[in-house]
Ligand binder design. Structure first.
Ligand SMILES: CC(=O)[C@@H](O)[C@H](O)COP(=O)(O)O
Ligand SMILES: NCC(=O)COP(=O)(O)O
Length: 257
């Protein structure tokens, strides 16, 4: 969030380090170390570090979360399913932010947004427990008006709009999915929510999303880890942040012209 202007030129980059852990786990080594990735990402411009502790621990492990939390200079955004195990663990770790996400064990990656309407009571209880520990709660949801309104009603101060459909869209569908995200942002702001976005964003599709002035934060991981293979980790983070800020500044400057 910019201190200059709530809808100003500054947009936060949350670097998701899940797939640094994927590479580590591929051989059961201690390297690449997600803790080192987190600290270097912060030095390269990350405004927060995001980790998704999945129920199957396919990448980030409990020990990663516990090791990283006290070392961060920025803030931790812990993504977790709405289960008592995960909520209790989050209350033990006390990250600044928890983002509640849906999980299906057999999914390759997060397929859709949390169904707040269907799981309203469970989400409400999770928010109450997390808020009681001083943790800010975000809900990872589709850009759907009823889901956004339910997020506001259930007491979440923040939503993260799932940009997966936009990222996977082709041809004319890209513009339609971008408009759906823009409409979701408008509904979120109208309901008093902090609006973030993420999933499937990369170095070319991120600009139109970063240019949406009312979006506070983008959480990006897979594309940064992939680009780092060729460009280096710190360069990959710097380049993503630069692209996001340029997109936002471009809009801000145009608005002042
Ligand atoms: C919720 C979200 O979009 C990210 O955490 C994404 O799930 C990255 O992790 P996976 O690649 O394991 O899905
Ligand atoms: N919530 C989105 C996230 O943390 C990163 O998703 P991706 O960039 O790895 O697809």
């Amino acid at each position: 969030m910019s201190f200059l202007d709530p809808a100003g030129p500054v947009i936060d980059l949350g670097v998701n380090i899940d797939h640094v852990a994927t590479l580590r786990n591929a051989r059961g080594t201690t390297y690449p170390d997600p803790l080192k990735a987190a600290l270097l990402a912060e030095q390269a411009g990350a405004d927060l570090i995001t980790l998704h502790l999945r129920e199957d621990r396919r990448h980030i492990k409990d020990a990663d979360v516990l090791a990283i939390r006290p070392q961060l200079m920025t803030r931790m955004n812990l993504e977790a399913a709405v289960t008592q195990e995960m909520i209790d663990f989050a209350c033990q770790v006390k990250p600044q932010d928890v983002c509640l996400v849906p999980e299906r064990r057999e999914e390759v990656t997060t397929e859709g947004g949390l169904d707040v309407i269907r799981y309203y009571k469970e989400v409400e209880a999770a928010i109450k427990q997390l808020k009681g520990e001083g943790i800010r709660v975000s809900l990872f949801i589709d850009a759907d008006q009823k889901q956004i309104e339910a997020a506001a009603a259930v007491g979440a101060p923040v939503i993260e709009l799932h940009t997966g459909r936009y990222a996977e869209a082709e041809g004319d569908a890209v513009a339609a999915e971008l408009e759906r995200i823009k409409q979701g942002v408008r509904v979120g702001v109208a309901n008093g929510l902090k609006v973030n976005a993420g999933h499937g964003l990369h170095y070319t599709n991120v600009q139109p999303i970063a240019a949406i002035r009312e979006i506070d934060e983008l959480n990006i991981g897979h594309a940064i880890v992939a680009h780092a293979v060729f460009a280096g980790w710190e360069n990959a983070v710097r380049e993503m942040k630069a692209i996001m800020v340029a997109a936002r500044l471009g809009v801000a400057l145009a608005a002042q012209a």
